[in-house]
Unconditional design. Sequence first.
Length: 247
Amino acid sequence: MTKIDALRRFLLPCIFPSTTTTTIPHPTTTKKRLSSSLIEDITTTTTHHHRKSQDLPDSSSSTTSSSSTTDTEISAATITAPPRPSKSMVIGTIFGHRKGHVWFCIQTNRLSTKPYLLLELSILTQQLVKEMQCGLVRIALESGSDLGSCPLRSVPVWSLFCNGKKLGFAARRKGNDRIRTILKTMQSISVGAGVIPAKLGSEEIMYMRANYEHVLGSIDSESFHLINPDEGSGQELCVFLMRSSRR
């Protein structure tokens, strides 16, 4: 073999390649286009999530329903709950001449000579002392409904009942110089009973001072309950202020 034949043998295939091609078998599975594949995947995912959301309960609606139910229950409880009475501590003094009428005075401060409530009762001091010997005294003062919705302590005249018996009337009074002098004499006394000595031309004054629980039930009812200092079963004394039912 000459050199020219050798060159021809190696160079000709490079210059003129053979037309026979070898076919490489491809898998039969056809590829999807990118756009159609994404659309189908998104549709499938959306459908899947939609089915899940249908299967799961609606948390927002259930929360709203439960909160509305709770609000309804709270509002119903607020409407149906009776009002609670207001309570406070005051100083109450019963005093009067031995053969005179009983006075009932309420003070928010014992150092003040201006009473919160001052009533003159038609019951005699001796008669009240006799009622107190049984250990239970309940004084009920009742007024009519003709005065409208004025405060009970502003009612001028009351019907007086003591332990269920009608004993006349009670009248609201203003503190004059005589009353202020009596209250000033008892400023140093918190709780106790005794007698204020008579001055020239006057009689001695009997008194009983104690702490009272003031219960404000409504616009038509108030009460004052004596608090025993020793917290025992001592004297029980209550004063009720009541307005008749309006029609």
